[in-house]
Ligand binder design. Structure first.
Ligand code: UT7
Length: 317
């Protein structure tokens, strides 16, 4: 499996830290020093499904393919324009794809999970080319009166076209889920059924930032070590570490503990914030287009988020 095309789409509206100081008791200094984020894109009048379709179209064009070349369209997403149909159906509709669509709600780990699913389809000879679109609008889940939460997120969509190769490029993958509804959860708000006593019915996203921070650093380190052991590839030989962009301090802490060079940890958090499962494909698209990410390089990915779910993979591009 290899990446043969990529694309991205961001909402037009940019919200800077300075703009946030007009609605919250916060400062550019606090947000930058605690998270590394300076600005983010937030959906105003676009539909997330349209951004997903734009990213998908750009990835197809980059791969020099048409929709008829695809065997599967997969979307990773937490909240979309509708609960059902899922965003993969919207993308399929926009592209004119009439085949299998799959939606993966793996929170921030979703994109790496989708790569693993794609690899399984390739190994089973059930597909030759798969489109994966990660489309997220976490800004619509946050409580905008909670300054410790809403400043973290941004919206956007990133897409890749994957092609089955002679050998699998996915050299190792590892996943875990430690269920807890105490640390990071977004309850459903959709029901007004008078007979139900569902405790998850009301509310915004809840996050215990410090607990998630600790979990993120430790799972990132141990997952990267696990995929290194599974693949037999030392982390020192990896060209790029593409990590879920939750907080620059989390990325720095993991890198320092793994004793790896800073220049191998590219990021987009400063400009985009935490775009959930879209962080990594947005980074992949940027790096392919500016020439940093080249065929044959080794990429290690790691992500963590609600679940608590976590995972990592090593991919030969
Ligand atoms: O993709 C999902 C995964 N999510 C994550 O990985 C998030 C992990 N957690 C984090 O990134 C960090 O815990 C946060 C960025 C959420 C918070 O940073 P922190 O260094 O853990 O801050 P804190 O929650 O301990 O808060 C420290 C202080 C508090 O004030 P007091 O009680 O010390 O007076 C907060 O009220 O900072 C205050 N604070 C703020 N001040 C200005 C919290 N948010 C803000 C803010 N502006 N936006």
């Amino acid at each position: 499996m290899k990446i043969i095309g990529s694309g991205s789409a961001l909402p037009r509206q940019v919200v800077t830290n300075e703009m946030l100081t007009q609605i919250l008791d916060t400062s550019d200094e606090w947000i930058v020093s605690h998270t590394g984020i300076r600005e983010r894109h937030i959906i105003k009048d676009e539909r997330l499904s349209d951004l997903a379709a734009q990213a998908a179209q750009a990835a197809l064009e980059d791969a020099k393919l048409t929709v008829g070349d695809l065997d599967l369209v997969m979307c990773t997403n937490v909240i979309s324009d509708c609960i059902t149909p899922g965003p993969a159906c919207f993308v399929a509709g926009a592209l004119g794809f009439d085949g299998l669509t799959l939606d993966v709600n793996g929170a921030c780990t979703g994109f790496i999970q989708a790569l693993d699913i794609a690899d399984t389809y390739f190994r089973a000879n059930k597909a030759r080319r798969i489109l994966v679109v990660a489309a997220e609008k976490p800004t619509h889940l946050a409580d905008w009166s909670d300054r410790s939460l809403c400043v973290l997120f941004g919206d956007g969509a990133g897409a890749v076209v994957l092609e089955k190769g002679e050998e699998s490029g996915l050299l190792a993958a590892h996943f875990g889920a430690q269920f807890s509804d105490e640390f990071l959860i977004m309850p459903s708000k959709r029901s007004n059924c008078p007979y139900t006593d569902d405790p998850y019915r009301e509310g915004y996203m809840y996050m215990n930032g410090q607990e998630v921070y600790r979990f993120a650093v430790s799972s990132c380190i141990s997952d990267l070590q696990t995929v290194s052991q599974k693949s037999g590839i030392p982390l020192e030989s990896i060209d790029w570490f593409l990590l879920h962009q939750a907080n620059q301090r989390i990325l720095n802490a993991a890198r320092v503990r793994l004793k790896l060079p800073e220049e191998r940890f590219p990021g987009n958090i400063e400009r985009l914030g935490n775009t959930s499962s879209a962080c990594i494909p947005l980074l992949i698209d940027e790096m392919r287009r500016d020439g940093r990410l080249r065929p044959g390089q080794l990429v290690a990915m790691s992500a963590f988020g609600a679940g608590l779910s976590h995972g990592a993979a090593i991919l030969k591009t």
